[in-house]
Design a protein around this ligand. Structure first.
Ligand code: NAP
Length: 247
């Protein structure tokens, strides 16, 4: 099978996606920014499931890192067939009136510019007119894109809305190239990301008010992502799939 590259796969949703994809036969390139040990653990778990794996350090908000990470994934595991644009950040919960320009710049640099750079490299690697073999790109957005996240992080919400629009436009650009592009919008999912907003228990607490009565698990988001990557979703492109327990 062709290679799957997942950004931010050292933990959380990216890690769960790596493990499920490995079970379905994908060799997986595990990108991370800081935590080499956690990334190596994900890679070992991928291998335990019978798939090849490599780890690739790189900050998605730095263009040279993004180019190098696509190169290393291909060099280590062979031609790409799938890319999951998952790495993302939040910042401490506050109202827009209290946000610094530095915070806004970082949020949009990582979540928007970083995702666009990864999407650009995916387009270059997968497009048939550029020597690619076609494939599937899944962008990890957020339910925040439609909720707006007032009082918590309207910056994050806006950064994710940009990614939904990217999925719609890029799907139209790349359809004729044999590349499908879709967005997945997780709701409140139990991962470490909430600690960065100031409340590690945020997902569990707020998840209780979701129509399904609980927060989601990273594995439940991974199911949607891996389905979109697969041939079972062969006529699905430009779609935005909520995995948010009805929230
Ligand atoms: P997480 O547990 O905090 O994991 C984030 C991952 O992204 C880590 O592997 C981290 O690597 C990596 N990362 C962060 N910044 C990076 C950068 N600049 N370059 C490369 N890698 C970077 O987060 P998660 O909850 O799994 O979230 C994954 C995605 O789902 C994010 O885009 C998030 O916005 C989205 N999402 C999450 C939720 C939720 O409730 N959890 C809801 C909606 C959407 P290191 O560990 O090495 O730093």
């Amino acid at each position: 099978m062709d290679t799957l590259l997942i950004t931010g796969a050292s933990r959380g949703i990216g890690r769960a996606t790596a493990l499920l994809a490995a079970q379905r036969g994908w060799p997986v390139a595990v990108n991370y920014r800081n935590d080499a040990r956690a990334a190596a653990k994900t890679a070992t778990e991928v291998q335990r499931r019978g798939a090849r794996a490599t780890t690739v350090q790189g900050d998605v908000s730095v263009e040279a890192d993004v180019v190098a990470l696509f190169d290393k994934a291909r060099a280590d595991l062979g031609p790409l067939g799938g890319v999951v644009i998952n790495a993302g950040i939040v910042a401490p919960a506050m109202r827009l009136a209290d946000m610094s320009a530095e915070r806004l710049q970082k949020m949009f640099q990582v979540n928007v510019v970083g995702a666009y750079l990864c999407a650009r490299e995916a387009a270059r690697a997968l497009s048939r007119s550029r020597g690619g073999r076609g494939g599937s790109v899944v962008i990890v957005s957020s339910a925040a894109a439609r909720l707006g996240s007032p009082g918590e992080y309207v910056d994050y919400a806006g950064s994710k809305a940009a990614l939904d629009t990217l999925a719609i436009g890029l799907a139209k650009e790349l359809g004729p190239e044999g590349v499908r592009v879709n967005s997945v919008r997780p709701g409140l999912i139990e991962t470490d990301i909430h600690a960065a907003s100031g409340d590690p228990d945020r997902a569990r607490k707020l998840g209780a008010a979701a129509p399904l009565g609980r927060a989601g698990k990273p594995e439940e988001v991974a199911e949607a992502i891996v389905w979109l990557l697969s041939d079972a979703a062969s006529y699905v492109t430009g779609s935005i799939l909520d995995v948010a327990g009805g929230r």
